[in-house]
Design a protein around this ligand. Sequence first.
Ligand code: AMP
Ligand code: ZN
Length: 160
Amino acid sequence: MSESVKHCIFCDLINGAGEVSICYEDSSAIAFMDIQPVNLGHVLVVPREHFESLSDIPPELAMHLFEVALRLSPVVRRLHGAEDMNLVVNSGAAAGQNVFHYHVHLIPRRADDGFDIPLPFEGSTMPDRTLLDAMAVRIIAELRDPVRRQIASRLAAVGA
Ligand code: AMP
Ligand code: ZN
C-alpha cells in the first residue's frame, strides 16, 4: 500500500474487518454490494490486493476484474429487473475516485433512476479536426515506441 494511503476501507472489508455483502470471490478478485447504491444491485468488483488506480493496477488483473464484471452483469440485470448497465471506473481524485483501492462499478440502470453520466459533455465544443488528428497521431507514436513511452511516463511522474 502506498505511503499516502494510511488506511483502506476496502482492504479492511477484504480482511474481514467490517460488514460486507459479498456476491463473488476468487483468488484475486472479490465483488460486494455498494453500501450507497445508485440502484439496488450496484456491485463493486475489487482486487484482493491493494492497488490505487488505473495507474498502478497490473493490466492482467484489470482485465480479470472487467471479466468478472461482465459475468456478473447479466445476473445483476436479471435480478434487479434493470433495463441497462453502466460499468464505471473512477481513477484518481480528479476523476471522482473516493476510495483509493481500485474498483469497477457495475451499476444496473433504469431510465427514470435519476443517475447520469452526462456524455457528451455539455460544456464541450468540438475541437478543430487538426487537433483531434494531432492527438491521435501522438497516441499512435507512443504506442509504437515503448522507450519513448517509458521516458514520457517517467517525465510525467516527476511532473516535467
Ligand atoms: P468511487 O467514488 O469510485 O471511489 O466509489 C466508491 C464507492 O464505494 C461508493 O459508491 C461508495 O458508496 C462505496 N463504498 C464506500 N464504503 C463502502 C463500504 N464499506 N462497503 C461497500 N461500499 C462502500
Ligand atoms: Zn486497499
